[in-house]
Design a protein around this ligand. Sequence first.
Ligand code: CO8
Length: 268
Amino acid sequence: FPAYPTLLTDARGSILTITVNRPDALNALSSKVIEDLEHCIGAVSEALTNDDGAWPVRGVVITGAGKAFVAGADIREMTDMTPDEAHAYSSRMQQVTLAIEQLPVPVVAAVNGFALGGGCELAMACDMIYAASTASFGQPEVSLGLVPGFGGSVRLPQYVGQALARELLFTGRRLTAEEAHNAGLVAAIFETVDDLLDGARNTLELVARQSPAAVALVKKTVGQTQGLPTRDGLKIEADAFRQAFTTADKAEGTRAFLAKERPSFPGR
Ligand code: CO8
């Protein structure tokens, strides 16, 4: 994967790390960052659309350069925006968050520092949030006369429940890494940023040993069933279960188990 003007990319084995790299502005999501994220996530998606069982990427880590993960949308850029331009800006980044959710491989947000506003929203679009002990999370939009525009009003209640989400959205109060962990926003905390990146990559290495087809299918199912009534969610799950039975990975996984061997998944 190429580097982009505002992003660094680092592929180690099948794990791709994307680093938002505008440390002087605490990695704020300018239109250029959003465009680069759009192209980079698009390139990953394209690399994974082959049906030949090749999975050049098995997991993605998103992190930030310097002391912030992402300190929000670019406040400077928003000063002269018209309401219609703001709508287009919000919609464009929302599409990026949906593209992350639609990737067939897991994405871990490795939150190394401030994840505020659009930064918290970018993290919440990922499959899992891991945090360094110095990370903090919040939706401070109301302190600027703004509201979340990249999914915060929708995804934050899904992560932490209505009561805490509303408190955070109405007050702009920040959560420490530990509070975010206790609230269910963060899956794991690491002492240092190096440990954080190792932890994110180790989890994705573990994922890479499983059936790629099954991981893609379960990611899709979890995404599709969020917020649905149980009965409707269960129907989608049964369809996914059926689909697993059409894959070569299922044949290999169950065969290898019974033969007491390690599976060699075809990836289809
Ligand atoms: N946008 C632009 N520049 C920023 C941003 C930002 N969000 N955050 C920090 N910076 C810049 C600062 O202006 C400063 O630049 P300079 O050195 O040129 O003065 C540099 O980064 C360093 O920042 P600080 O000096 O403020 O660093 P501190 O360590 O003192 O403070 C904080 C760190 C607490 C993170 C502080 O920078 C801060 O509060 N930042 C803003 C956080 C925030 O409010 N984020 C929410 C933005 S709104 C949003 O995300 C809405 C999303 C949806 C919008 C869709 C609608 C179109």
